[in-house]
Ligand binder design. Structure first.
Ligand SMILES: Nc1nc2c(c(=O)[nH]1)N[C@H]1C(S)=C(S)[C@@H](COP(=O)(O)O)O[C@H]1N2
Ligand SMILES: [Mo]
Length: 400
């Protein structure tokens, strides 16, 4: 597993030993990433802080002005007092594929993720809406000053309210705690499947992935899925945390340095939904590939739907600079719609692509989801290098 610049760590999780002095940021090789539909122990890890000491007495507090009865819940309460819900979902850093934006377009700020800052797991825990409903929301506070409120429309009822997720336990690099948030409406909508994940692939979360409890917000940038969650606040303000306000935003393309960005942070909305995307895992960039007798190369990759518009329904692959495209075979790892929603997970895809022998060859991929979003050849540059989703590509292939 590759460790990124500005990061340290030996691969051990948890504890505050010698190896836990700086944030651990790492991700698997692409070939490894696409070798399994469910990401097991090798998923990417992104931390703006050192891993906190894991405590059995960890408590999650539910609070905020419209909350009727503030709650304090430990892992066991979350496990036993609420129905448990399983979600098959990708978790992706907003900076996934940043390396391509940096190298193919222009320098950006942020960790140099390749196409590997993503994983795909079965997550399990109570729905956030069930926990908030247990605490109770005071309607008069929610709808105060909102003239459209009795429209009986849930979206209208929650307009202007946010859920803030916090981890106050450890100091981060750019703030004294980690926090993020999303609109309340999203978590209250049952089919949006926002949960407090206690388990990953039928095991308790590992320390690195947020044990004992993390938010898991399908379709939404990973930065909002706060780990080691210790406070949920329902508020009419966005989270005031640094990582919500001054990071994870698609700044306009003319913002090309920090001074310019300073003028735009407040005006730019935080990233919520991630865009349609695909990437190629096999063959590796700059490798030598052998065509079979019929002139075909085996290609494997992943594809991700946009926000709530999944699942991915089509992936096309080209070995001739986009002249011709062939349709890949999609896999959801044997998971079936009748058991679990397929709309949040990635699909792995497999294709045999005809290629001419030679050097400096490329393979391209593009995905389409159920909502009709189609991956485009190019995307716009932004200073933080977030949400890069131009065609998947591997370059520098020597085809023999
Ligand atoms: N408490 C806390 N939660 C956090 C972070 C963090 O630094 N601290 N990083 C966020 C970011 S930027 C991402 S992409 C995901 C990564 O989750 P993972 O490490 O389980 O892959 O966690 C999010 N939750
Ligand atoms: Mo991230």
């Amino acid at each position: 597993m590759a460790t990124l610049d500005g990061a340290s760590g030996t691969g051990k999780n948890g504890g505050a030993g010698e190896e836990n002095k700086a944030p651990l940021n790492r991700a698997p090789e692409m070939e490894e990433l696409v070798s399994s539909y469910l990401t097991r122990t090798n998923g990417y890890e992104r931390n703006h802080c050192i891993l906190p000491q894991i405590s059995e007495s960890h408590t999650l507090h539910i609070t905020g002005a419209p909350i009727r009865t503030p709650l304090s819940l430990n892992r066991n309460d979350l496990l036993t007092s609420f129905p448990q819900h399983t979600v098959l979902s990708a978790l992706q850093c907003a900076g996934n594929r940043r390396h391509s934006m940096r190298t193919l377009m222009k320098e950006v700020q942020g960790l140099d993720w390749r196409d590997n800052a993503v994983m795909n797991c079965l997550w399990r825990g109570p729905r956030i809406r069930d926990v908030i409903e247990k605490a109770g929301l005071i309607e008069e506070i929610l709808t105060e000053g909102n003239e459209n409120a009795d429209a009986r429309d849930e979206k209208e009822k929650y307009r202007g309210w946010y859920v803030q997720f916090e981890c106050r336990r450890v100091e981060c690099e750019k703030d004294s705690w980690y926090g993020a948030g999303i609109p309340l409406e999203r978590v209250m909508r049952k089919e949006a499947d926002c949960i407090l994940a206690l388990e990953m692939n039928n095991e308790p979360l590992t320390p690195a992935h947020g044990y004992p409890v993390r938010a898991l917000l399908p379709g939404i940038a990973g930065a909002r899925s706060v780990k080691w969650l210790d406070r949920i606040v329902v508020s009419n303000k966005e989270s005031q945390n640094f990582y919500q306000k001054f990071d994870y935003k698609v700044l306009p393309p003319h913002c090309h340095d920090a001074d310019m960005a300073a003028l735009y942070w407040e005006k730019t909305p935080p990233v919520v939904d991630m865009p349609i995307n695909s990437a190629i895992g096999i063959p590796a960039a700059d490798s030598t590939v052998t065509v079979n007798e019929e002139g075909f190369v085996d290609v494997v990759g992943y594809a991700l739907p946009a926000g709530e518009d999944g699942p991915v329904v089509k992936v096309e692959v080209s070995g001739d600079e986009g002249e011709s495209w062939i349709e890949a075979t999609l896999s959801y790892g044997g998971h079936r719609k009748k058991d679990v929603s397929l709309k949040w997970g990635w699909c792995l895809w497999y294709a045999k692509v005809r290629m001419e022998k030679g050097t400096g060859r490329r393979i391209l991929s593009r995905a389409r989801d159920r909502g009709g979003n189609v991956q485009k050849e190019n995307c716009e540059w932004n200073l933080k290098g977030v949400q890069y989703n131009a065609y998947g590509q591997v370059r520098g292939l020597e085809v023999v």
